[in-house]
Design a protein around this ligand. Sequence first.
Ligand SMILES: [Fe+2]
Length: 295
Amino acid sequence: MSITVEAAKPRIGGIVHVDKDHLLDDETIETVRHELEQRGVLVFPQINASDELQLAFTDKLGDRVNFTRQVPGSDASSPDVYKITLDRALNSEPDYVLGTFFWHIDGITIDQPLPKATVLSARKLSDSGGATEFANLYAAWDLLPEAEKRALENLTVIHSVEAAVRPVHGHPSEERRARYKAMAAVMEQPLVWTHEDGRKSLLLGTHADGIVGMPGPHGRALLTRLQQWAAQPELVYTHNWTVGDLVIWNNQGVMHRVVPYTDEGRVMHRTTIAGKEKPGHAATEEHIQRIFEIA
Ligand SMILES: [Fe+2]
């Protein structure tokens, strides 16, 4: 056995011990696939993968997702490796990166199957802040009281980029709104996602802006409460990075955010693995309008 996985916390997180030379082995890939379902997020401490190795690992796990190319600030010279940094020399739209300070699921406002997993490696770190937190959205569902599960089961949620960056920009300019519209969709997603394997998870994040059929404030209050529930400490793994760490998470069952940092030197390299399941669809104009009504 060239790979072992130890639990980081009982309900989320695993630390993977494998030699870099065995990262692409079939046994490693099968173990990673299995453990991602169980543990949500896996850490490969100081494995020091190059972009080439990170891409090869990504390719072994599935198809590279294309939405990386649509993200503002993508580096055209290496479109499948997205640089998450506030350094304008590497990422021309660091404002978009500030949205990562808030809980989110990658790619949830793109009208395509939800990305299966995200791979992130630490290239340069900030002097303070910069840890990444992961919350288990399968466990968040499993642990809800039965009566609450019944009340939530059939609700539908509106997700938008505009909501995701509202904590960053407040009310966006018309020009910015137009750009959001060009790069993403306003999506309707089930609050409770029943995956093809029958397991259920919540779909939550700052991009969740309202519940279909509910006045805006009621929907947002419920979503805020559920987000706080899902982010309770025992369901969260916080990764304090060391340069060379590589982390992969099950983007279909985990939400994440970064502890705020200001250091423009911090650089993370992200690759994304496409999903096959598409829980939602583009929102109707009527449903979008309703979440801006207050009664
Ligand atoms: Fe993210």
